[in-house]
Write a protein that binds this ligand. Structure first.
Ligand SMILES: *[C@@H]1O[C@H](CO)[C@@H](O)[C@H](O)[C@H]1NC(C)=O
Ligand SMILES: *[C@@H]1O[C@H](CO)[C@@H](O)[C@H](O)[C@H]1NC(C)=O
Ligand SMILES: *[C@@H]1O[C@H](CO)[C@@H](O)[C@H](O)[C@H]1NC(C)=O
Ligand SMILES: *[C@@H]1O[C@H](CO)[C@@H](O)[C@H](O)[C@H]1NC(C)=O
Length: 190
């Protein structure tokens, strides 16, 4: 992994929404890593929970009514494997095997982040590999070796619940809110 590129990208990203001091490299992270993800971005409640809804990724405290199967999840990743594997927090799923997170990396695609139990059924450009965490920030490392953090929150019919999308274009998406997916849970305000 190109560390210099990674740091540069993180700092560039961090400059737009949080201070760089919040970024603490965790290079010697133990394997496997088990974590939950929370979303941070402008105009959304801090730390909305990342969850599974009918094979797609959502953030929010509840599922929109249109989703029939909503499941809170914990992800697993190892240093040797760049897939994000899904573990259901509840025991009641009908999954035949552990789903993996995937994104559509086709040029200019702006598609929902999904989960699949079989990556052989994915279309060209949809990938389950290349995911990682850097200082607790979820990223995707593309074939060209560039670290991307192009997650977006797209509004649903439910207030403060969003569908999570991946922007594969080199320009900012005009639809939706640019978000960071982080392992850090929101601070509880008492
Ligand atoms: C946040 O909300 C304000 C007020 O509605 C709006 O002007 C601004 O463009 C929004 N920012 C983003 C990044 O969506
Ligand atoms: C699992 O259950 C959901 C409804 O909760 C249903 O939509 C889906 O088709 C089921 N999947 C399988 C593989 O049975
Ligand atoms: C996820 O967990 C939270 C907190 O325990 C709960 O309020 C919410 O309903 C759960 N969501 C799903 C989809 O199970
Ligand atoms: C498909 O998933 C397997 C793990 O089940 C992984 O080893 C492989 O690299 C994945 N392939 C792609 C193209 O993402």
């Amino acid at each position: 992994m190109n560390l210099i590129l990674l740091v540069a990208s993180l700092v560039a990203y961090a400059g737009s929404c949080v201070s760089a001091s919040a970024l603490k490299p965790r290079a010697n992270q133990a394997t496997p890593t088990t974590f939950k993800l929370y979303a941070y971005g402008p105009n959304i409640t801090n730390g909305l929970r990342f969850f599974y809804g009918d094979g797609q990724a959502y953030i929010g405290s509840s599922a929109p009514p249109s989703v029939t199967q909503a499941v809170n999840i914990t992800l697993t990743s190892t240093d040797s494997d760049t897939t994000f594997l899904v573990n259901a927090d509840s025991a009641t799923t009908n999954w035949t095997s552990q789903p993996m997170m995937y994104i559509d990396t086709t040029t200019n695609a702006f598609e929902p982040v999904g989960f699949t139990t079989s990556n052989t059924t994915l279309s060209e450009g949809e990938v389950t590999e290349g995911f990682g965490l850097y200082g607790g920030w979820a990223f995707h490392l593309n074939d060209a070796g560039t670290v991307d953090m192009n997650f977006y929150a797209s509004p649903t019919e439910e207030n403060d619940v969003y569908l999570v999308k991946w922007n594969a274009a080199s320009t900012k998406a005009t639809d939706g809110i640019s978000i960071a997916l982080r392992t850090e849970a929101p601070m509880v305000i008492t």
